[in-house]
Design a binder for this molecule. Sequence first.
Ligand code: CP
Length: 308
Amino acid sequence: HKDLLDVSQLSRDDVAVVMKTAASFREINARPVKKVPTLKGRSVVLFFAEPSTRTKTSFDMAGKRLSADTFALTKSGSSLVKGESLKDTVLTLLAMNPDAIVIRHGESGAAAFVAERVSCAVINAGDGRHAHPTQALLDAFTLLEKWGTLADKTVCILGDIAHSRVARSNVILLSMLGANVRLCGPRTLLPPSVDGWGVEVHSDLKKAVAGAHAVMCLRLQLERQQAGLLPDLREYAGRFCLSSATLTGADPDVKVLHPGPINRGIEISSELADAGQSLILDQVASGVAVRMALLHLFITRKDRGDKE
Ligand code: CP
């Protein structure tokens, strides 16, 4: 593939290559000097038209640790605010001959729109509520590091499913890797299409976490709620906040994930977010290794003679 738009384009073999490559890069991140010459002379544009801490910083670190030159552009610092279109912005960036464009955008389909118009690799760093493939890959990497396999594991994804690109990409990838996936949230935060996703759907937290080996909490995306449909936060937290108490009934060794940023006390208790079973910061660390693997694999695709 020229681009990474979502995990649905990947085969199990493709995912295995990403995981193996990420594992080989992971130890670089623990060295005192965290740099190898793998992508020396290559250029990566980080075009973030929506805010980001984890994805933007980890792609930047990933590129730099592989010796690529990285160039970061945000919406507020770009000529988008002067009225330049997305098409003209990316054609302008392409004229500088980057090897890859990493894009985050508020509109679903924005990464595909860009990929169709440029010859370099495009990596989707989150587009609207559509997809966040690099997050799903780093979540799977984190769980595989703990368990070795996802087969016969039950993973519950909890919270604002309706607005979540993380949930959509994770449902596809976790299912592909053999996990039993459950979704849980209030009916108002489950998308109308959810019954066709091929996974269990719950609105009762106790039932959703029963026997689960991992629970992935999602942020209540307050900025994407339609006017008038914002849930009452106290009521939401009362029914769906994950804590040691509400995790009773899960597997005794249950792991807790969250893609971040977290709303402490709303979708996850502060105490649980910091507990030993929380993998939240492991996910962040995995993000650097997985994004190193993705930059390497997509930028050197032509050198390896891979097919489209
Ligand atoms: N998980 C995630 O995408 O976080 P950021 O928005 O901080 O990049």
